[in-house]
Design a binder for this molecule. Structure first.
Ligand code: IPE
Ligand code: IPE
Ligand code: MG
Length: 248
């Protein structure tokens, strides 16, 4: 068995998942604990994402999907939303070369038409620049809601039925439908990690998480690091995934 000691924890490298989904939650509370404005937590959250990306790359994880802004997050104060949009834009501009040189393919999922033009331009550039990279795919869920994603997929399917591209509706199965989702081409996440001790899905990847292992951990997102990731992976490796079958 291929065992590697990573920061004093043994991990079975043969059982490393391909795809990890993360709900990066708790930035506001992290800042509040330090008597700082919520946006300070969002800035620290970017650093946690960079750490996590490097850790995933080191461990050989091929897909990382992160929830950055939900379709429901527009209901936050205008100032916080504005700060987040500016942060996404500036980070993307600043980090794209580094992501590219690390072999990261970046893909944005969500209702991107609902974002401002400047941000969409940055997104297009980053996706185009990194599209042939294959070390790791980073899916950033931005203006993302799973219900919205499923509805958009349904609209596209109906469109293709009407145009005759789908000639026989009995051919619409799981695989075909998945190919209409924003995550088309990605395997389903083996596990979901949500930080900040909230035990809910908050409209994230409702289709794709059908059989994922769920981990709700105490740590606030800005504190998340490789050690936390490894601890979750160790737990994941102990789980028995049955997919409706019987105990192994
Ligand atoms: C997650 O942290 C980041 C976003 C939703 C953009 P929060 O901002 O939700 O932080 P808490 O949950 O209020 O602490
Ligand atoms: C989920 O976190 C969305 C993101 C992390 C981007 P929220 O903080 O918005 O979720 P709720 O409101 O606690 O369910
Ligand atoms: Mg939150």
């Amino acid at each position: 068995m291929d065992i590697q000691v990573v920061e004093d924890v043994s991990l079975n490298l043969e059982a490393i998942p391909q795809h990890i989904a993360v709900i990066m939650d708790g930035n506001g509370r992290w800042a509040k604990k330090r008597n700082q404005p919520r946006v300070f937590g969002h800035k620290q959250g970017v650093l946690a994402l960079k750490r996590t990306l490097i850790a995933c790359k080191d461990l050989g994880i091929k897909y990382l999907s992160v929830y950055a802004f939900s379709t429901e997050n527009w209901s936050r104060p205008e100032k916080e939303v504005g700060f987040l949009m500016t942060l996404f834009k500036s980070m993307l501009k600043k980090e794209v070369n580094d992501l590219d040189s690390n072999g990261v393919k970046i893909k944005f999922c969500g209702d991107l038409q609902g974002l401002d033009k400047g941000l969409r331009d940055q997104i297009d550039k980053a996706e185009e620049k990194t599209k042939n990279n294959s070390v790791l795919q980073l899916n950033v869920m931005l203006n993302y809601g799973a219900r919205n994603e499923i509805l958009r997929a349904c609209q596209s399917v109906v469109h293709d039925v009407q145009s005759g591209q789908i000639a026989d509706i009995s051919k619409i199965d799981d695989d075909l439908f998945s190919s209409y989702l924003d995550t088309a081409g990605c395997p389903e996440p083996e596990l979901l990690i949500r930080t900040s001790n909230e035990s809910r899905i908050s409209n994230y990847l409702l289709w794709q998480l059908s059989y994922s292992e769920l981990f709700f951990i105490d740590c606030l997102w800005p504190d998340f690091d490789k050690k936390q990731l490894i601890s979750v992976l160790k737990d994941y490796q102990k789980r028995n995934r049955r997919f409706g079958g019987l105990h192994a």
